[in-house]
Design a protein around this ligand. Structure first.
Ligand code: 13P
Ligand code: SF4
Length: 312
């Protein structure tokens, strides 16, 4: 961008931030932003976090309005956990392709085939799927949740890569759905090997939504929050990062003296990037789009989320 255009954009953003502060006060709203959001959104959020932390914040807030900057299933989870709050999102087109890879009929069929299995569902799923679920999990607590359930058999939906990772850390037999995250699944062994050759002193940190053969190359494997924490505490000064590029915002904030190289230029979730500062201000102005979950679905789905929040 040219200097003049940059200056104009900075001025627009200043005005938008001022308007946002005013609206937040008027509506008694809090802004929750996932680490994969654009910097301009993370900058103005009351809480930044991974899926787990943001679900906890939504469940605990005393604000009247939750503005959820992430993808649709995250807004839905907030509404399910805080049914008396108004939950709005900047753009309802921000979906998660992985969440759409599992459907209720398919899951019911699997449940009928394995009547003794416990259904553990990754939070990246629709409210309807959560309503068919015994307990939810996020990438931060997936192993702990699977190991916490009774019985020897688990139906796992929808992420096959995270499912494979959990299977390495549990004796339970996992029946794994074939879904995946388009963004993380794109990272290949070749990408990582090339980066390792280019930055031989860097540690490779990787999200378990990546393919098993990529996860295997990790010096550290963990959820977005776990990766940020690990990088902050590690003695290493340089990292190759195997997760979505929005994570760079918090990585640089927490570890300003360290260098981060994203493992591929394709580690960008286009769905997360649908939201921007302008849409965030507009949604709070119009109080639209709002998340609605039919009460009969929400009541069942809430049990699976609350069970997850109770796992220590
Ligand atoms: P976490 O927030 O659990 O790290 O999950 C990553 C993700 O893909 C969210 O959509
Ligand atoms: Fe879905 Fe992957 Fe985007 Fe997360 S990063 S919202 S799992 S597509």
């Amino acid at each position: 961008m040219e200097a003049l255009a940059l200056e104009r954009k900075a001025e627009q953003n200043r005005e938008l931030r001022e308007r946002l502060l005013q609206l937040k006060k008027e509506r008694n709203a809090i802004i929750l932003a996932h680490y994969y959001q654009r910097d301009e959104i993370q900058e103005v959020a009351d809480f930044r976090g991974d899926s787990f932390l943001l679900a906890q914040k939504a469940a605990a807030t005393d604000a009247d309005v939750i503005v959820f900057c992430g993808v649709h299933f995250m807004g839905e989870s907030a509404k399910i956990l805080a049914p008396n709050k108004t939950v709005i999102i900047p753009d309802e087109r921000a979906g998660c392709p992985m969440a759409d890879m599992v459907n209720v009929d398919g899951l019911r069929k699997l449940k009928a085939e394995h009547p003794n299995a416990t259904v553990v569902t990754y939070i990246n799923s629709s409210a309807e799927i959560k309503a068919e679920t015994d307990i939810c999990c996020t990438s931060a607590n997936a192993v702990k949740v699977v190991n916490s359930v009774e019985g020897d058999e688990v139906i796992w939906v929808p992420d096959k890569n995270l499912g494979h990772y959990v299977q390495q850390h549990t004796d339970k037999k996992m029946i794994i759905w074939e879904g995946y995250c388009n963004t993380h699944d794109m990272l290949t062994v070749k990408d990582v090997e090339e980066m390792k050759a280019k930055y031989p002193n860097a540690e490779f940190v990787v999200h378990p939504e990546c393919r098993p053969e990529v996860v295997e190359l990790g010096d550290f494997v963990g959820s977005t929050t776990a990766i940020i924490k690990y990088c902050k505490e590690s003695k290493a000064k340089e990292f190759i990062v195997g997760t979505e590029d929005g994570t760079g915002y918090q990585l640089r904030l927490d570890s300003p003296d360290k260098t981060f190289h994203f493992a591929s230029k394709y580690l960008v979730c286009p769905n997360m990037k649908v939201n921007n500062l302008k849409k965030l201000v507009r949604c709070l102005e119009n109080m639209q789009p709002q998340i609605y979950v039919p009460p009969q679905i929400a009541d069942k789905a809430r049990l699976s989320l609350e069970r997850m929040l109770q796992v220590k």
